[in-house]
Design a protein around this ligand. Structure first.
Ligand code: AP5
Ligand code: ZN
Length: 214
């Protein structure tokens, strides 16, 4: 099955995508991760998008659609679209790409979290630079301070856009450009809203229930 995880910054899309990868062997396609990879490898595209990302604005549809097209061409099955699509243009493009490759979209999980909780989640997040595991100062600390539980790396870092200023812009972008996708997918009968405020395992159970029988 192919699904979209839709929700504001900090809703827990990345966290739940990693669980689905571990438990179901699905493939996570995170446009945020792809863009950060392009930045750190210093490609022309990476340089162009860095400032836009740090401000918390969306990069152009053309760039992210190009990235997704490349990944889908590599093949595989059971995709989790994490942080994509984020505009109606991207949603239309995804529909066309899936049609071209004979794939279908099974469910759009809308992760609902209020703004206050998002600020806490984003400003206290850190990730492992080696394996990508996502942590939180309070809700998911590492067992040993400064060491990743999964891979033992000490390369733990915070994202440049995880500050209150950029987050404000990211939220505005979400409500203005991305939230219309809720109605778009509801009209297609694909939307499955999930309470994203619960504990990580409770959210995972809600998602599993929404995917049952798909
Ligand atoms: P992207 O990387 O996609 O960031 P985002 O959407 O802002 O989402 P986040 O990664 O911040 O949050 P998340 O929902 O994955 O939450 P997480 O699981 O980490 O995009 C970054 C930028 O790239 C954009 O601003 C834009 O510039 C660009 N971009 C990317 N895609 C684009 C596109 N399609 N079009 C245009 N531009 C694009 O969880 C957050 C924290 O909360 C963690 O600390 C975690 O441990 C904790 N947590 C998670 N779940 C729970 C829980 N249930 N209870 C308690 N704590 C929890
Ligand atoms: Zn790690």
């Amino acid at each position: 099955i192919n699904i979209i995880l839709l929700g504001p910054p900090g809703a827990g899309k990345g966290t739940q995508a990693r669980k689905l990868v571990d438990e179901r062997g699905m493939v996570q396609l995170s446009t945020g991760d792809m863009l950060r990879e392009a930045r750190s490898s210093g490609t022309e595209m990476g340089k162009r998008v860095a400032e836009v990302m740090d401000r918390g604005e969306l990069v152009t549809d053309e760039i992210v659609i190009g990235l997704i097209r490349e990944k889908l061409a590599e093949g595989g099955k059971g995709f989790i679209f994490d942080g994509f699509p984020r505009t109606l243009g991207q949603a239309d493009a995804l529909g066309a790409l899936l049609d071209e490759t004979g794939m279908s979209l099974d469910s759009v999980i809308e992760m609902r979290v209020d703004d206050e909780a998002l600020v806490n989640r984003i400003t206290k997040r850190f990730t492992c630079g080696n394996c990508g595991e996502v942590y939180h100062d309070e809700t998911k600390p590492t067992a040993k301070p400064g060491v990743c539980d999964v891979c033992g790396s000490t390369d733990l870092k915070r994202r440049a856009d995880d500050n209150e200023d950029s987050l404000r812009t990211r939220l505005l972008e979400y409500y203005k450009k991305t939230s219309p996708l809720i109605g778009y997918y509801h009209a297609k009968g694909k939307l499955a809203p999930v309470d994203g405020l619960g504990a990580m395992d409770d959210v995972a159970a809600e998602i599993a229930a929404a995917l049952d029988g798909k």
